[in-house]
Design a protein around this ligand. Sequence first.
Ligand code: PMP
Length: 350
Amino acid sequence: MNWEKNVRKVEPYIPGEQPKRQNIIKLNTNECPYPPAPGVKAALERIQYENFRLYPDANITELSSELAKYYHVNKEQVFVGVGSDDVLAMAFLTFFNSDKPVLFPDITYAFYDVWAELYGIPYKQIPLTDDFTIKSEDYFGENGGIVITNPNAPTGIYKEIGEIEEIIKANPDVVVIVDEAYVDFGGQSCIPLVEKYDNLLVVQTFSKSRSMAGMRIGFAVGQEKIIGYLQDAKFSFNSYTMNQPALAVGVESVRDDAYFKETVGKIINTRERMKVEFKKLGFEMTDSMTNFLFVTHPKVAAADIFNAAREEGIFLRYWNKPRINNYLRITIGTDEEMDTLIDFLKKYLA
Ligand code: PMP
């Protein structure tokens, strides 16, 4: 049994449930309720399965170029990975190699501490203020790197990019990662700041606003130097991260900007309507700028609502964690799905 002494023991991140049951309303993992762009379907139909015998393009040339064009950078400034989880994991491995702690909020994407533990990176979780906001000054001290999610998750709160810029500017000696998984739903991206700051890495995903969680596409934008280091790490780990279908459909998704904007617009409208509906039911909430709401009810326990909704086939997200154990994170679904949830809550809370 001695080999177990040498095992790198980790406590894994637990993703939201993917229930096998049919006819459920799935509002627990921030997926988009609408299909990907029509061009994605057409691209899939063009795929020749015989070509699967060949390795995919290790350099991800076409998709990087398409993203570069969309974000007005050059393709050497774009890194693509298997969902933003892959991009972030690679960025932690590449850039957080200091004895000083990497800083991120106590309430944020729960994967950051898991990667830090996995790689043995020292880290410090900085408490959000009582109203769940990130105080820039908390990130001005000595550190080994910074990760800010903007808008933050699961709080949904957006921080103005001027304030994010203060954090980047105050930390020229470390890499600052801005995780923008939800930025398309109303926030402003930090990508334009990349030009000014060589220590900035902006990470985004196709999983939410582009309706492609199942294809696993994420990317990072930074100056050529920082992206070059990420590429070196990737090519020292696994050269062929992206499979052929993912590369083909990713390109088509970026090309169809009208569809993208329409889908995001629908989610935003539903979200704003839901803010009103939830308030009418007595819920309190943050001003979410994402595709989810983060709500609490002053009279009814979040865990009870979570369980009762689940019985009805409505899946929400709940964490039994300090500070947020009376909150629910509710993904914005279609209008019909959300109305069903509201009807259920009306009856349950009555
Ligand atoms: N960052 C944040 C803040 C997220 O909520 C998620 C989704 N779980 C991710 C990154 C990872 O998403 P994906 O790997 O699907 O791109």
